[in-house]
Design a protein around this ligand. Structure first.
Ligand SMILES: Cc1cc2nc3c(=O)[nH]c(=O)nc-3n(C[C@H](O)[C@H](O)[C@H](O)COP(=O)(O)O)c2cc1C
Length: 194
């Protein structure tokens, strides 16, 4: 975990070196965006990606807690039904105000080709309080493009960046996951440079 975090940060910093000015030029340090990473995670996959992004961006994290018991076979079935029908749920009060941040990155596991109910509830509770958003998903195979448009509709703005991670590539710490993470972090840093 620690190794991977360092790897993500290192690769991004290496890319930044190319932009260093030659001697005599003025160095203008561009501050990193103030970032909040918000995620719901039932079994830890989305949490792992969210925490890696937060480390790489030096951001804060908000783990959404669903008050509904989603454990066991019955929990799984009801979770799929709730997500598929676009139901909301009850969530624990959150700690951070998204309007305090330049960027809010929101991660959800894909349930029944939809966002998790806890993420739907979070977005609804905080509507109008997001300056810029990035969305990411984790799933067993369904692509982020199946879910992110509905998140954009719900939040009322287009994400500046979006991507999806497969559960297997996250569990395996695969090079594919590291590459996607680096692409995301690199894009975000460059976006806020200007
Ligand atoms: C109720 C339920 C429904 C799911 N539906 C899908 C689906 O439609 N497509 C898919 O690829 N994966 C589906 N999955 C798998 C999860 O998206 C995947 O395991 C995810 O990475 C779990 O994230 P987490 O560990 O953060 O909870 C589903 C999982 C659950 C629990």
């Amino acid at each position: 975990m620690l190794f991977l975090s360092i790897l993500v940060a290192l690769t991004v910093n290496t890319a930044d070196i190319d932009k260093k000015p030659h001697s005599g030029e003025t160095v203008v340090e561009s501050p990193e965006p103030k970032a909040l990473v918000v995620y719901y995670s039932r079994t830890g996959t989305t949490e792992k990606v969210g925490e890696l992004i937060a480390v790489a961006l030096n951001g804060d994290t908000e783990k959404i807690i669903d008050k509904k018991d989603r454990s066991g076979v019955w929990g799984y079935i009801v979770a799929g039904k709730d997500a598929g029908f676009g139901n909301e749920t009850e969530i624990e009060p959150t700690k951070h105000d998204p309007s305090d941040y330049d960027l809010v990155i929101i991660g959800t596991p894909i349930w029944a080709w939809s966002m998790a109910p806890a993420v739907r509830t979070y977005i609804n509770q905080n509507k109008g309080n997001f300056k810029n958003v990035v969305f990411f998903t984790t799933s067993g195979g369904t692509g982020y493009d199946k879910v992110v448009p509905s998140m954009e509709d719900l939040i009322g703005k287009e994400a500046i960046f979006k991507n999806g991670f497969l559960e297997k590539e996250v569990k395996d710490d695969s090079p594919g996951m590291v590459k996607k993470l680096n692409n995301m972090i690199d894009f975000i840093k460059r976006h806020f440079e200007s």
